[in-house]
Write a protein of this length. Structure first.
Lengths: 314, 547
């Protein structure tokens, strides 16, 4: 039988096409179809867990246990996007950013649950805040991939359905790839919205913040949940900035409160945190419009009396 | 004819090595980002600060002893070695040598005597450019100062290419999951124009006439030509070996060797050593002579040739030192003039880098080298066009359209080669007021549309812009002008399209901002009796859960 001979030209043509296709696949693989993020909904033991009195890492260990473990949120072989607050040029003690130890612990749990890759990112409001907040170092120690968010090239356009003001937004590319979104805000006062917690933290996922400010800040914050809700929100209230937020400049008062709130419902978590902040005397904490809006739009539940809450004091 | 293998001149090799090392070191330091930290910025300031004319200017304008020692040393060494600076240390010289190399006239040069370029032309051009510079009209000096010319060409012509490669490399790196630092290239029309014109002129000068620029327009060249005339070490003819073949005259970039007369014009000789290297008979050498003369005649080295009188020697020395002293003194006296602004007609007041004092003071010191523009991490410093008058042409200003001056950064003051932006500590820089913000209520969305914003207050580094209660649940922004440093963060954060609702007006003379001790408005400590947002008393803090 005659051997089929491939000419040199054919060989190069085929190799090149294969190589180009492979490169294209790698380049575009970040954009996954929307349905990849839907997982089988699991019934959790509680809707909201609040822990008080320990170090952030230990409080998270206890809290996530109450929710049935990280495996309820992270599937084996999946990609996780972790969104802490690391927007501010401040050291961890200033409580303008999320506690780095907490971020590290969450990432470790993700890997233990079998995550293939964990991304950490934020659209920051300063220079070199990734390093100054201590979160980049902590995240890398835990094995996460820290991605910049300070250039438009890292964002992809998506459309949002069912929102009042947002129709098209540019979200960070890791959101397009991730199966799970874990939201780790720090609870603090905010000069414009009174409080910044979980829903406001998600503003760091989009490129054009000015659009939010221009088109009804509270409405846009609520609208983001029409695009994607975080699978798990962990509110860091270990240190809480009482006033002068979000930057903390001007000798803002930082309270050591040693608290943490965990919930798959970011609206519920925010409502609980707001009630707590109001008790601590943060001005305006009882009147946070975006929590009300999200509740009215049915994007979550702000009425805590209807939820199954587990409270732990260490 | 038997071709003998001649030994290359050691001086030529040394000169090429040194000049290329300096060129490549400068490129690396130019192209890398300097970050915002002080230590890194100091390293990146090395190219500009090590050059001759910037050092003189810096010594004069900021009384920098280090700069004075550097400039003085270069000048004094020229008394001994000749114009070694021009071939070995000046990067613009190396660029010209490169262009000369590709010229078909490379070894077909011919001697042009000093009659051709009367010293009076060089001196008057030099004097005019220095005098204009101190009057605040610097573009004559800034277009001929060699380091500034080189730096502008590098920033506007070469760096965009480097950043393109950086961008491509970053794209490639992402395939492998790595994230390279990407520096954005901000194209400035006035900068590109200036650099392009400079490059074209330089190209034609070098291509056709070698180092013509160095011996006519260059202020450093003019200054160093004085000590070079009486330098102890010089290139001399050995008349016993010279066959008057003319090879040396053909290759001389400075057109300063006469092969027939066995003569060199030392004020024009830039010590490239190509003549020594090319001489087939080895009749030229670089060596000390007993009695320095202005032109070396054909007599053997060491023999007194046309000996210069002591009077001429003194005249040359005094001339040179006088020029140097004059620059120190005049620059030192250019302080913040009373009418500090000094720019008329256009009405536009520029925001200047913190530390520069005022437009009058700044424009009288800046050579428009654009190093600050290149190194600014926020890319907020841009070269001016004519919007600030002719004095502001090519001079840096802060453009708050899309960027702002980072609070934690003082890189521009650390790297300014001419001392136009004096080196200031980060702590001092945070107090310097370069402008004042003010809010236009007609354009602010809080007042105009009743929706929440406060992007300005959020990002303000000094709490000059802060939020006050306006309507229930809706705070509004307000400015305390004394606290504002004019960094422009608020202006760049303002989401209003077109003209922003909060804008910074430049301070004509930069001052000191006040520091706020206590947070203003409702953000301050809750006092007993203060109403909570809904008019109720805040709940009692039980120390437990609130839900």
């Amino acid at each position: 039988m005659e051997e089929e001979k491939i000419s040199r030209r054919d060989f190069f043509k085929k190799s090149f096409t294969l190589g180009a296709a492979a490169a294209g696949a790698v380049l575009f693989s970040r954009v996954k179809p929307v349905f990849a993020q839907n997982r089988k909904p699991t019934i959790l033991p509680y809707d909201l867990v609040a822990v008080m009195g320990g170090e952030p890492e230990y409080m998270f260990d206890r809290g996530i246990l109450e929710l049935g473990g990280m495996k309820n949120f992270v599937s084996r072989g999946s990609t996780v996007a972790v969104k802490p607050n690391m927007s501010w040029y401040a050291a961890p003690e200033e409580a303008a950013n999320t506690n780095p130890g907490l971020v590290k612990r969450v990432i470790e749990h993700c890997f233990q649950a079998g995550a293939r890759r964990v991304y950490v990112f934020d659209n920051i409001l300063g220079y070199n805040t990734y390093e100054q907040s201590g979160i980049e170092y902590a995240a890398k120690e835990a094995g996460a991939r820290v991605v910049p968010g300070n250039s438009e090239r890292y964002y992809g356009k998506v459309s949002v359905r069912g929102a009042v003001r947002l129709s098209r937004i540019q979200v960070h590319e890791v959101l397009l790839e991730a199966d799970t979104l874990i939201n780790i805000p720090v609870l603090k006062h905010h000069s414009s919205t009174h409080l910044t917690i979980g829903m406001k933290n998600l503003m760091g996922c989009v490129w054009d913040r000015q659009y939010y400010h221009r088109n009804g800040l509270h409405q846009c914050i609520a609208d983001f949940l029409c695009y994607r809700k975080p699978d798990l929100t962990i509110i860091d209230a270990y240190r809480v900035m009482k006033n002068g937020g979000p930057s903390g400049r001007g000798n803002a008062e930082v309270m050591l409160k040693k608290m943490q709130i965990l919930s798959p419902d970011v609206v519920a978590a925010d409502a609980a945190a707001a009630a707590q902040a109001a008790m601590w005397g943060v001005w305006g904490a009882d009147n946070v419009k975006y929590i009300r809006l999200a509740d009215e739009m049915g994007l979550g539940t702000a009425g805590l009396s209807s939820l199954r809450i587990r409270k732990i004091t260490l | 004819m038997k071709k003998t293998k001649k030994r290359r001149s050691i001086f030529l090799i040394l000169r090429i090595l040194i000049s290329l090392s300096i060129l490549f070191t400068f490129f690396i330091l130019f192209f890398l980002p300097a970050g915002i930290s002080g230590e890194r910025a100091f390293l990146h300031s090395f190219p500009g600060r090590s050059q001759f004319l910037p050092a003189i200017l810096r010594a004069g304008s900021r009384a920098s002893i280090g700069a004075g020692i550097l400039a003085g040393s270069i000048y004094l060494f020229t008394f001994f070695f000749g114009r070694f600076y021009c071939s070995s240390l000046c990067p613009l010289g190396t660029v010209q040598d490169g262009i000369n190399r590709i010229s078909p006239w490379r070894n077909k040069r011919r001697y042009r005597s000093s009659k051709y370029f009367p010293i009076i032309f060089r001196l008057s051009f030099f004097t005019i450019s220095i005098v204009l510079f101190f009057l605040g009209i610097s573009f004559v000096l800034s277009f001929t100062e060699p380091f500034s010319v080189f730096s502008r060409m590098e920033k506007h012509l070469l760096k965009p290419l480097v950043l393109l490669v950086n961008s491509g490399a970053a794209l490639l790196a992402r395939i492998f999951g790595m994230y390279l630092e990407i520096e954005k290239n901000i194209a400035a029309a006035s900068g590109i124009l200036a650099a392009g014109v400079s490059f074209l002129i330089l190209f034609f000068l070098s291509f056709f006439r070698g180092r013509l620029f160095c011996n006519t327009l260059c202020p450093a060249g003019t200054m160093l030509s004085f000590p070079a005339r009486i330098a102890r070490l010089r290139i001399v003819f050995h008349s016993d070996r010279c066959t008057s073949c003319g090879v040396c005259e053909g290759i001389c970039k400075a057109d300063c060797i006469s092969s027939s007369q066995k003569m060199i014009d030392y004020e024009n000789c830039i010590l490239c050593f190509s003549c020594i290297d090319s001489c087939p008979a080895g009749a030229l050498s670089y060596q000390p002579v007993k009695r320095p003369v202005t032109k070396q005649t054909g007599r053997s080295a060491g023999e007194p040739g046309r000996v210069q009188s002591r009077r001429t020697f003194l005249k040359n020395s005094v001339q040179g030192l006088f020029v140097l002293a004059a620059i120190f003194i005049v620059q030192r006296s250019v302080r913040f003039p009373k009418n500090a602004y000094g720019i008329t007609g256009t009405g536009s007041v520029p925001v200047l880098p913190p530390g520069s004092g005022s437009a009058g003071s700044f424009y009288a010191r800046c050579t428009a080298c654009h190093v600050c523009i290149s190194k600014c991490p926020q890319k907020v410093i841009r070269p001016g066009g004519i919007q600030f008058g002719i004095k502001g042409l090519e001079k840096p200003f802060l453009d708050y359209g899309t960027s702002f001056c980072e609070f934690e950064c003082n890189v521009c003051s650390q790297i300014c080669p001419a001392g136009a932006i004096p080196p200031i500590s980060l702590k001092s820089k945070k107090r310097i007021k370069i402008g004042t913000a003010s809010i236009d209520n007609m354009r602010c969305v809080v007042f105009k549309e009743g929706t929440a914003c406060g992007a300005c207050a959020e990002i303000c580094p000094t709490t000059a812009v802060f939020m006050v209660p306006y309507t229930p649940g809706l705070p509004a922004p307000e400015v305390t002008p004394e606290v504002c440093i004019g960094c422009g963060a608020c202006e760049s954060a303002c989401p209003v399209l077109g003209r922003k609702a909060i804008t910074v007006t430049a301070e004509k003379i930069q001052g000191t901002a006040a520091v706020r001790k206590q947070l203003p408005g409702y953000a301050a400590e809750i006092q007993p009796g203060n109403s909570f947002s809904k008019g109720e008393e805040p709940p009692q803090d039980s120390g437990g859960f609130a839900f």
